[in-house]
Write a protein that binds this ligand. Structure first.
Ligand SMILES: [Zn+2]
Length: 130
């Protein structure tokens, strides 16, 4: 098999259990890119932003990042299980993060906001708009 992240070939033992299930990534990448759901709670104007992310240091190209987006099911499960706790749930990508000062004023009237992203974005950069 060829790993979808590092593009290296790797061997996988085939058995009846794995006969129709092939691994997409090698064991090394599986260890390095194992997602860990983390949360930061940021107070703003009488409300709270719950910011969920999976990776602290994610420096891979976008095509490989797309593969890792399958792990976004973790924060989505949090969003679904706590759907009554959040007023609004937003996915943050790089464009959203860079333009946060432009669009956040539209959402500042909400009191419980959930942001989620694949890699962490430094929201302390925008502390003056919160
Ligand atoms: Zn790999």
């Amino acid at each position: 098999m060829k790993c979808k992240i590092c593009n290296q070939f790797f061997l996988m033992e085939t058995s009846f259990q794995t006969l129709f299930h092939f691994e997409d990534i090698c064991s090394l990448c599986e260890n390095v890119y194992s997602p860990i759901l983390q949360v930061e709670v940021i107070p703003f104007q009488g409300g709270l932003i719950h910011y969920y992310y999976l990776y602290v240091d994610l420096t891979i190209d976008f095509s490989k990042e797309l593969y890792l987006m399958k792990y976004l099911v973790k924060p989505l499960n949090v969003a679904i299980s706590h759907k009554n706790d959040f007023d609004i749930i937003l996915f943050l990508d790089l464009d959203d993060y860079q333009n946060l000062p432009n669009w956040f004023t539209y959402f500042s009237s909400y009191k419980n906001i959930m942001f989620y992203s694949l890699g962490i974005f430094d929201l302390s950069k925008y502390v003056r708009i919160f």
